[in-house]
Design a protein around this ligand. Structure first.
Ligand SMILES: NC(=O)c1ccc[n+]([C@@H]2O[C@H](COP(=O)([O-])OP(=O)(O)OC[C@H]3O[C@@H](n4cnc5c(N)ncnc54)[C@H](O)[C@@H]3O)[C@@H](O)[C@H]2O)c1
Length: 319
């Protein structure tokens, strides 16, 4: 269970102007923390944090985490990294550098400051899993030389670094494996399935489903995800993770397309396309650890989260 902590801390959020980071900054400020948001705005946007800039407890710094950073904080959430295939494949070398050098720089900072540090890792460390659903003990099935490897292997190496800093330097680490998350402020053109389907439905364009659409994914609403992230950071020091945070509810891509069409009231048709290389057939988190160690489980059902996300997309792009 989450341990007792004093609030009003100074918290560093790398990638704080991104989709998840901006929600995290908002939640930390809401509970009284001071937030230092660091971002190079590669995939994030100032618009995501514009509403926070007037808050005297919020500070935004333009910085690339592949370079060292010197700030004084009590806790570090390391989220900086492009997260969607379109973005992380745009400059794969920089993606690996962001994960690996970024982790080294942030872990070095945590070591110097004796600060707790949380890593936003990913279900992609499981690759194309042969174990289903995936418990944290599963080592994964990852292609080390494919187009997705810069992200998958970068995140795996970052996990290695976290555990080595923990064993070698006693840094207090928290490693969180995030499964597909969706919600307001998702990037509209990142090629991720939820944003793709919503944009296509709202434009009245055909909804593109890869392969036969029978591949499954689980989708966690952003508020649930951030709740799990903060609980993990606040958990007892012995809880290092890795811990899966995601929604185990499984849906096929075809089901998701149909739900989006129904909720938007769109007349879009469904169109099938070739399955991309290394696209996993199914992925679903085993969240037993999150339930027992953090008392966490997702609360927002897919139809409700989708409705809120569609609302946000309508306001941002179709108002
Ligand atoms: N959204 C998901 O479903 C999901 C799933 C698994 C893991 N994650 C992880 O969570 C984190 C946040 O993901 P997101 O969905 O918010 O993506 P995002 O692209 O919206 O946010 C990433 C942020 O990091 C910033 N960034 C990228 N490279 C940087 C660098 N070198 N220096 C400083 N800032 C940099 C970007 O500008 C952006 O603001 C990522 O580490 C991602 O790998 C997300």
């Amino acid at each position: 269970m989450a341990g007792i902590r004093s609030y009003n801390r100074r918290v560093l959020v790398t990638g704080g102007a991104g989709f998840l980071g901006s929600h995290l900054c908002e939640r930390l400020l809401a509970r009284g923390d001071e937030v230092v948001c660091v971002d190079n705005y590669f995939t994030g946007a100032r618009a995501n944090i514009a509403h926070l800039l007037g808050n005297p407890r919020f500070e935004a710094i333009r910085h690339d985490v592949t370079f060292p950073l010197y700030v004084e904080v009590d806790e570090i959430y390391n989220l900086a990294c492009p997260a969607s295939p379109i973005h992380y494949q745009h400059d794969p070398v920089q993606t690996t550098k962001t994960s690996v050098h970024g982790a080294i720089n942030m872990l070095g900072l945590a070591k110097r400051l004796n600060a707790r540090i949380l890593q936003a890792s990913t279900s992609e460390v499981y690759g194309d899993p042969v174990v289903h659903p995936q418990p944290e003990e599963y080592w994964g099935n990852v292609n080390p030389i494919g187009p997705r490897s810069c992200y998958d292997e970068g995140k795996r190496c970052a996990e290695t670094l976290f555990f080595d800093y923990h064993r070698q330097h006693r840094v207090q680490i928290k490693v969180m494996r995030i499964f597909n998350t969706y919600g307001p402020r998702m990037h509209p053109n990142d090629g991720r399935v939820v944003s793709n389907f919503i944009m296509q439905a709202l434009r009245g364009e055909p909804i593109t489903v890869y392969g036969d659409g029978a591949q499954t994914r689980s989708f966690c609403y952003v508020d649930d995800l951030i709740d799990g992230m903060m609980r993990l950071m606040d958990s007892d020091p012995g809880v290092t993770g890795p811990i899966n945070i995601g929604n185990p509810g499984e849906f096929t891509m075809l089901e998701l397309a149909e739900r989006v069409i129904a909720l938007t009231g769109s007349h879009s048709a469904i169109e099938h396309r070739l399955l991309p290389q290394d696209d996993p057939r199914q992925r679903r988190p085993d969240i037993t650890k999150a339930k027992t160690l953090l008392g966490w489980e997702p609360a927002v059902p897919l139809h409700e989260g989708l409705a809120r996300t569609i609302d946000d997309f309508r306001h941002r792009f179709f108002a």
